[in-house]
Design a protein around this ligand. Sequence first.
Ligand SMILES: NC(=O)c1ccc[n+]([C@@H]2O[C@H](COP(=O)([O-])OP(=O)(O)OC[C@H]3O[C@@H](n4cnc5c(N)ncnc54)[C@H](OP(=O)(O)O)[C@@H]3O)[C@@H](O)[C@H]2O)c1
Length: 240
Amino acid sequence: MSERRVAVVTGGARRLGRHLCLTLSARGYDIVCLYRASELDARTLEQEIAAAGGRARCLRTDVSRRTEVAAAFENIRAQEGRVDLLVHNVGNYNPQDVTRLDPTVWDDTIGANLSGGYYCCYHALGLMPDGGQIISIGMAGLEGIRANRRGADYYVSKTGLLVLTRALAAGYADRKIRVNMISPGQLDNSVDLPGPDEIGLEVPLARPGTLDDIAQALVYLLEAGYVTGVNLDVAGGYRL
Ligand SMILES: NC(=O)c1ccc[n+]([C@@H]2O[C@H](COP(=O)([O-])OP(=O)(O)OC[C@H]3O[C@@H](n4cnc5c(N)ncnc54)[C@H](OP(=O)(O)O)[C@@H]3O)[C@@H](O)[C@H]2O)c1
């Protein structure tokens, strides 16, 4: 069995997930990235990490499908033999008004964001040594959430993940496994980003978040040995 630390990142081939893979690789983790469709991005991620002297492999896995997740972690058991860190980054956002919310969109969102997160946690915990970690990516403002007509499925999935985060943190504390959530607000690649003159109306720090802002929080949690069950808003005060 390898003694190198292994991080599994869901939705890791592109955008935020890719940045977190690169951050973790630079800190010495071997990366296993689960992706759904972004084949080319997955291959370039493997190449980029290898060129920098790290190790990464990408497995095509639809995390909303239980059997695919089980097969991916069986593959990880055979190859890496362990999972020290799981980052559940998949978070599909397809906002529709709640009066027109299509049930297939509901199923897809809950399946990938919430159930997929649980499937990955379940299998990762089976390969995780004591002292391992799980970090889910949430959405800022979950603690004070009110009715949200647009994207109800998304907010239900993220709130559910927060409840799961706290339950797992309590349940696995005896193994010193820490389980936390990082919640971005509006990142500079957001599909909903307000214009530069308007961002200050929603975000007191008056700028969108960057991928580095989120990576900083990840790096903090890696070393924060007394922090578990928390949701860390990294959002410039969004939805205070
Ligand atoms: N961007 C923001 O402003 C913002 C704000 C708040 C919170 N967040 C959260 O931050 C996280 C990352 O955001 P993002 O904007 O980078 O996300 P994104 O562009 O939606 O990308 C997420 C990745 O998830 C993968 N994915 C989707 N469904 C999947 C499935 N069923 N199985 C496996 N992989 C799947 C996609 O892979 P393929 O391309 O291979 O399909 C994609 O690369 C999400 O949890 C999101 O909710 C983002």
